[in-house]
Design a protein around this ligand. Structure first.
Ligand SMILES: Cc1ncc(COP(=O)(O)O)c(C=O)c1O
Length: 437
């Protein structure tokens, strides 16, 4: 039952508003890996919402924790007042972060986590007397949210163009190389040399002018772009050598997506900061966080005179009690169901085998995967854009996916089972044959 007359008033984000409103896809409820639409159809959520509902939909434990918290303490200011659940959540979170990242700055989204991390980087460089270090380095195809800092370091042209002037940023080349790496299982073999470009950029700008480098360990929204073997370690080594901070944007790769709490652990590379959001609350409540190396916190805080605010930054809803309650319940679920490691076990292998079985299907030029993330890349014989049509066809066949150009991206809930994977693979092969066979 609809309680509205018209769709005119909601300006939908990142959506073709006119096309959508002419042919809406309305989801009414969700449970487990399933979305249910207003036509009574059941749709497999092969992207865990927007890469966030890692423990699956309809987790009553999270809902109950949020309801209880809203009754007990709905809200209090996080500026100059505190509440136990904020401290409890921060303490619990750092049990999952790399060894030296034990300080948490809370925000409300991935975009805000990124803005906060960039500002922390500048505050740190200032606090240690390195005011000249003000530039950032991002990467092509990087997605770091939609605020001005995020689009500056981001590397997706449609998100950047028309919004300048942006921050002083240069970009590393992306690492997508379908020609050399098509159908790589796990991390691709070729492309380590692209990390050397960081050395060149640092020399070009002068390392003394660079505050931080920010990359997603695996680019998600840019089309599931995997780091070549050894690439992230090399970035770490170059940043350390030149006294430049390294930020991993783990808004997607965090919370079990790759089979470990964070990509940092999966790839054994410790950055100076990690940005997080999405799976941190299973997508049920908005919350973002920056995990910060202890020495960064100590430097910023100790540089300020006693009894003064050390970092002029924060949000009305930083550490919102209801979001913290959602987060704590989410961590309970992840732990009790072993979800943070699940992608590195049998289900991850089945996922890999399933996606790669699509090799040889018409129109498919690549399939790639790591943990429970993956992509299937299409190329139409006439060169036309087919991703949006494939996404629509998938929906009609009961599968929700995300198209990035001609790349179909997947990040299913970590509770996914083998028959669901079979359904994803069969749907894709069916569409490939129907459209290009
Ligand atoms: C890597 C990365 N960083 C930041 C963001 C922005 O997060 P939000 O949409 O919560 O602002 C996203 C969202 O997809 C993301 O994938």
């Amino acid at each position: 039952m609809k309680n509205y007359q018209s769709m005119d008033h909601f300006w939908m984000p990142f959506t073709a508003n006119r096309a959508f409103k002419a042919a809406p896809r309305i989801i009414e409820r969700a449970e487990g890996v399933w979305l249910y639409n207003d036509k009574g159809e059941k749709i497999l959520d092969a992207t865990a919402g927007l890469w966030c509902v890692n423990a699956g939909h309809g987790r009553t434990r999270i809902a109950e924790a949020m309801a209880a918290q809203a009754v007990k303490l709905d809200y209090s200011s996080p500026f100059n007042l505190g509440h136990d659940i904020g401290f409890e959540f921060a303490e619990r979170l750092v049990k999952y972060t790399p060894e030296n990242l034990n300080r948490v700055f809370f925000a409300n989204s991935g975009s805000e986590a990124v803005e906060s991390a960039l500002k922390i980087a500048l505050a740190y460089q200032n606090a240690r007397g390195k005011k000249g270090k003000y530039r950032f380095i991002g990467r092509e195809k990087g997605y770091h949210g939609v605020n001005f800092g995020g689009i500056s370091v981001g590397g997706l042209t449609p998100n950047r163009k028309g919004f300048g002037p942006l921050l002083p940023v240069d970009h590393l080349p992306h690492t997508l190389d379908v020609e050399r790496n098509a159908f790589s299982q796990g991390l691709p073999e070729h492309g380590l040399e692209k990390a050397d470009q960081l050395e060149n950029l640092l020399q070009f700008h002068d390392p003394d002018s660079i505050a931080a480098v920010i990359v997603e360990p695996v680019s998600g929204a840019g089309g599931v772009v995997l780091p070549p073997i050894g690439y992230l370690k090399k970035l770490r080594e170059i940043c350390t050598r030149h006294d430049v901070l390294l930020i991993f944007d783990e808004v997607i790769t965090g919370w079990g997506r790759l089979g470990a709490p964070f990509a940092s652990q999966k790839f054994d590379v410790e950055p100076d900061m990690i940005t997080s959001a999405k799976g941190i609350t299973n997508g049920v409540a908005p919350l973002g966080a920056v995990f910060v190396r202890d020495e960064i916190y100590d430097t910023v805080v100790n540089a300020a005179p006693e009894n003064t605010i050390e970092f002029f930054h924060g949000y009305t809803y930083s550490a919102h009690p209801v979001s913290c309650a959602a987060g704590l319940a989410t961590l309970d679920i992840y732990e009790q169901e072993g979800l943070l490691e699940r992608a590195s076990g049998e289900i991850g292998e089945y996922w890999q085998a399933g996606l790669h079985s699509l090799k040889g299907e018409p129109g498919i030029v690549d399939a790639r995967n790591c943990g429970l993330i993956g992509a299937v890349q299409f190329a139409a014989p006439d060169g036309s854009l087919v991703g949006p049509k494939i996404m629509q066809r998938c929906y009609e066949k009961g599968l929700s996916v995300r198209a990035v150009g001609d790349i179909i991206a997947f990040s299913p809930p970590l509770i996914i089972e083998k028959p669901h994977i079979d359904q994803i693979v069969e749907t894709l092969s069916g569409i490939a044959r129907e459209m290009f066979g």
